[in-house]
Design a protein around this ligand. Structure first.
Ligand code: NAD
Ligand code: GDD
Length: 343
């Protein structure tokens, strides 16, 4: 059943200390809902706009039970995640952490009688053999099976998608499953090893002197589509409100090469830089794009913000953060310590 846009709900956002969660909490508050955030860390860059914040480890079932208590809806965004440099290593750690979090969250939400549970999955569920060319055929929801997902992170996401389906069938909790395609914007991780390409490249461009060079992972001809955070949040809210219970892509279908992404960031920065490609670094799939046919059909909407538009505030925020970090007397931001290939 579709939910009225105006009814005020009690909503839990897990991963509220992270990138998408932080933006979603602000949006849900602005819509007039009561919002509880939960995360193992406090929001890194700005105070939470939510009504409550539980700083808890959601791998523990008791913490999941406390987090879902009294909630009408749950957006479950918490995950051990990062860009391709991070997720292509630590397969065991990522799988253990996310399995514990996801199974306990789904189970405790169902036991507590949560009305609607949204699970944040990923384009990493799609089979590797469909993503071998830069001019990739956009990925449709039904392409996920027969499965050959990204090792560790992608396989766990696919398994939890199915768990949501089973819990709906057997216990009745309504679930929504979103498959994000590479999301970027202000307040996202831009250093430390978990950063994705738009943030990593923005950081490198901001740190380079005009006329200098920058290092790019791969030959620059691999392709992706990138979705700005405002579109991501809009899509999440629309999907939660809809009556659609199967996995749904949420991304743009604006396919660009990584070299084009670099050019767009350089343009935003007003810098001319020489590209140095490093094919020893992690590259992930050769090409990935979102087929938005079902998204349009189900939500009557799709992301509209072009990469050239979204990169401007993203680059400005990252450049500003780097300047603040470098300022004399600056207090260092807390950073999660992860071992991942450095740029
Ligand atoms: P993020 O890393 O910024 O946020 C995830 C949050 O989960 C972090 O704040 C982290 O502290 C929290 N978390 C990790 N382990 C936890 C634990 N044990 N207990 C409690 N909290 C814990 O990532 P994001 O970009 O905001 O991603 C949100 C969700 O969307 C994730 O599930 C991610 O897998 C999925 N996703 C994101 C993208 C993207 O491009 N950003 C793409 C595909 C899927
Ligand atoms: N991270 C990063 N840093 N990537 C770079 C860099 C760099 O400095 N330079 C070039 N790249 C290239 C990578 O080699 C890869 O081919 C491409 O940019 C995209 O890298 P990421 O943004 O790190 O990851 P991804 O698109 O392969 O996967 C991401 O998106 C999925 C959803 O679509 C990850 O964040 C996954 O966790 C996520 O599920």
């Amino acid at each position: 059943m579709a939910i009225s846009a105006s009814a005020s709900q009690r909503i839990l956002v897990t991963g509220a200390g992270g990138f998408i969660g932080h933006h979603l909490v602000s949006r849900l508050k602005a819509m007039g809902h009561f919002v509880r955030g939960a995360d193992i860390k406090m929001p890194e860059y700005e105070a939470s706009a939510g009504d409550e914040f539980l700083k808890v480890d959601l791998r523990e079932p008791g913490n999941c039970a406390a987090a879902v208590k009294g909630m009408d809806q749950v957006y479950h965004l918490a995950a051990d995640m990062g860009g391709i440099g991070y997720i292509s290593q630590s397969h065991a750690e990522i799988t253990v952490n996310n399995t514990l979090m996801d199974v306990h969250m789904v189970n405790e939400a169902s036991r507590a009688g949560v009305g609607r549970f949204l699970y944040s999955s990923s384009a990493c569920v799609y089979p590797a053999h469909l993503q071998l060319q830069p001019d990739v055929t956009p990925l449709k929801e039904d392409d996920a099976f027969p499965a050959q997902p990204e090792e560790g992170y992608g396989l766990e996401k696919l398994y939890t998608e199915k768990l949501c389906e089973y819990v709906t069938e057997d216990y009745g909790m309504e679930t929504r499953v979103v498959r994000f395609h590479n999301v970027y914007g202000p307040l996202g991780t831009y250093d430390g090893g978990r950063e994705k390409a738009p943030a990593a490249i923005s950081r490198k461009v901001a740190l380079a002197r005009d006329g200098g060079s920058l290092d790019i992972w791969g030959d620059g001809r691999q392709t992706r589509s990138f979705m700005y955070i405002d579109d991501c949040v809009e899509g999440l809210v629309r999907l939660m409100r809809s009556d659609y219970g199967l996995p749904l892509n949420l991304g743009t279908d604006e396919l660009v090469t990584i070299d084009e992404l670099v050019d767009i960031v350089c343009e935003a920065a007003g810098k001319t830089l020489v590209k140095r490609h490093d094919t020893t670094k992690p590259q992930g799939v050769r090409g990935r794009n979102s087929d938005n046919s079902r998204l349009r059909e189900v939500l009557g909407w799709e992301p509209t913000i072009h990469l050239r538009e979204g990169i401007v505030p993203t680059y400005a925020w990252i450049a500003g953060q780097l300047m603040a970090d470098a300022a004399p007397g600056a207090v260092a931001q807390p950073r999660s310590a992860v071992a991942a290939p450095s740029a």
